[in-house]
Design a protein around this ligand. Sequence first.
Ligand code: ADP
Ligand code: ZN
Length: 284
Amino acid sequence: MIAGIELGGGKTVVAIGTATGLVQEEWRFPTTTPAETFGRALQWFAERGTPEAIGVAAFGPIGIVPGRPEYGKVIATPKPGWKDFSITGAIAEVFPAAKVTLDTDVNAAVLAEARLGAGQGVDDLAYITIGTGIGAGILSGGHLIHGALHPEFGHIKVPRCPGDEYPGICSFHKDCLEGLASGPSIAARWGQPAAELPRDHAAWDTEAWYLAHGVLSLLGVVSSARVIIGGGVSQAEGFHEKTERILKEIAAGYFVPLSASPYVVPPLLEQQAGIVGALLLTGI
Ligand code: ADP
Ligand code: ZN
């Protein structure tokens, strides 16, 4: 039995399926306290058997590097009760023999998109999500990048878009990429939720400008062959095309991967990427 858990800030998804990413049965429920959320998830598995492998795709920051003291734990989160909670510890109490593979939600998503979605056949792929926060999962030479913790793409510094005086909303850095371009920053800057801003609103030029600068930095470091941008904010009509156009302008003819067209694309798996990725994690 192969199992997957997608732990999101708002909702949790559990599934049983295959290590090739096929979901056979799934259940979605709101994320509440750690004890209640994992109690429900593990009980749901137990009713179906004993998983030999469990893949977990979780919101961060989270310790995903085996051997490090913070491995398996949620590190710093405003979500009450979650800080220092050990995901791997909770699973081991119920299924001590299960092989657990833990990674970030965005790494799970990039893996799923690379195997079954908008990045098929691409070994150097990035998946960026723009919603309440900004994050990126990175596949490099077919391997998921971890580093000492995991990448924190949302918190890179970007230049100021000319004319933009909004101070930024990140509680740590104010005007990092997430502080300037996440859903809440758009709502605060323009006084209207991103989902309600008309297509021709100036907000979308600013948004694409910031994302293009973020992607340029990513390209400078990991040289992705394709970039997938998902998350609620990316659903604005024409967003991917606009970001790609600005990105190619500011790259000024440099960066070989940018000769690909399209380079910035939407995801294909949408809501399923996290849980499909969690199942795929059991096979890596
Ligand atoms: P979360 O990050 O909490 O999982 P989402 O990825 O759904 O959530 O992102 C939520 C954000 O996406 C909100 O700021 C919302 O205004 C914005 N959003 C949702 N739908 C659209 C849309 N069609 N166009 C632009 N923005 C959208
Ligand atoms: Zn920040």
